[in-house]
Design a protein around this ligand. Structure first.
Ligand code: NAD
Ligand code: PPY
Length: 362
């Protein structure tokens, strides 16, 4: 399957897109006051009700929004299976004409989204994703209960980003161990692209363990604070792929690595939080492997947020249980790397086989 995360490919047409996807359902609606297309893609309810965040983003057209929602929902199915969570995969996209909607318009759009969630009656639960936060989940919860990650005051478990960062940290350690025979961060050079809700705490953990950390962000304030406080190195967003490092951790947007980029990468490991960082997930994973670069599959390494939300809000786990499951991401990655070696396949293929076995009841 070709998959480019809405970055470079011309659309196949909505009918062909949905046919090649193989998911369960796509709900498409239009919010007239804001001029936004709204998509809820449910990829699989095989393991339980579908879940996945709400992404608020500007797209060239409705077809691009549908494709992104479908691809992201499919990744959620794999993420739930890899993390052994009893939920399926789904994702919502609010395709807004501009992301800085006036507050009242944003609120009414979120209420419209909540009505759609109610209509689905619990087949799909949402949560925060790109450009949505706990505050937005609080607004959705005014109209429906099918939203994870609201603030504690509104009865939710709050931001999942710190736990996502812990999972990525453990995934980086497992990747170093598989590559160099030693998981230690001390003396390793790690580049974090995107110092937002996940990237910022990740930088702090890496720095605390003695890594030499390089950071990049399009918002200068985000790297300036880290530079002043921790004395990290800063590189321009345009220089990220060409920067020499042991680990490149994409923690900004998806689609950052394509076929033409792979030969120019100067890292030994790609391991970060971004969903769908590869434009062509099988082809680029093969190319990375051919160039001797270890790839930590996104849906394994960034599962800490899903574990946080579902562990706290549906499984009734204690903080210690959530933390143990998040730290277990390192072990899952070790298993993926061992299987990739044993089967002679890319780490993406090995991780998908692991998820498929769990989906089939293994
Ligand atoms: P965020 O919006 O808080 O942070 C993203 C950061 O990336 C921002 O600081 C932004 O300025 C920066 N950025 C944007 N474009 C950039 C570029 N070209 N170069 C460098 N920096 C750039 O998002 P987040 O919650 O930290 O999530 C980061 C990534 O991880 C996203 O892809 C998200 O889908 C994924 N993810 C997040 C979670 C979670 O729990 N928050 C869970 C799983 C996956
Ligand atoms: C993600 O991890 O990519 C998400 O979308 C976050 C999420 C996870 C589980 C339920 C709702 C949101």
């Amino acid at each position: 399957m070709i998959r480019d995360n809405g970055v470079a490919r011309k659309g196949l047409g909505m009918d062909a897109e949905i046919r090649r996807w193989g998911g369960e359902s796509v709900l498409l609606s239009y919010d007239d006051p804001t001029g936004s297309f709204m998509v809820i893609a449910i990829h699989s309810t095989r393991l339980g009700p579908a879940a996945g965040g709400t992404r608020l983003k500007t797209y060239p057209g409705a077809e691009d929004a549908v494709r992104d929602a479908c691809d992201l929902a499919e990744a959620m199915t794999l993420k739930m299976a890899a993390a052994r969570l009893p939920m399926g995969g789904g994702k919502s996209v609010l395709a807004v004409p501009r992301t800085d909607l006036p507050p009242e318009a944003r609120r009414l759009l979120l209420h419209h989204h909540a009505r759609n969630l109610e209509m689905l009656g619990g087949r799909y639960w949402t949560g925060p994703d790109m450009n949505t936060s706990s505050a937005d989940m609080d607004v959705i919860r005014e109209r429906t209960r099918y939203a994870f990650g609201a603030s504690a005051a509104a009865g939710g478990s709050g931001s999942s980003a710190p736990d996502t960062a812990v999972g990525v940290f453990e995934g980086i350690r497992a990747s170093l161990e598989a590559t160099y025979g030693d998981p230690k961060l001390a003396g390793r050079r790690v580049l974090v692209q995107g110092c937002g809700a996940v990237g910022d705490p990740l930088v702090r953990m890496l720095h605390a363990e003695g890594a030499s950390v390089v950071v990049s962000d399009v918002v200068f304030d985000r790297v300036e604070g880290l530079y002043d406080e921790l004395d990290v190195e800063v590189v321009a967003p345009s220089s990220v792929l060409a920067t020499e490092c042991d680990v490149y951790a994409p923690c900004a947007m998806g689609g950052v690595i394509g076929a033409a980029d792979v030969p120019h990468l100067r890292c030994a490991i790609v391991a970060g939080a971004a969903n769908n960082p590869l434009r062509d997930r099988h082809g680029d994973a093969d190319r990375l492997a051919a160039h001797g670069i270890r790839y930590a599959p996104d849906f394994v390494i960034n599962g800490g947020g899903a574990i946080h939300l579902i562990g706290h809000e549906t499984l009734g786990w204690t903080r210690a249980q959530v933390e143990q499951a998040v730290r277990g991401i390192g072990d899952t990655l070790r298993e993926v790397y061992a299987r990739a070696d044993a089967d002679g396949v890319s780490t993406e293929e090995a991780a998908e086989r692991l998820a498929a076995a769990r989906l089939a009841g293994g």
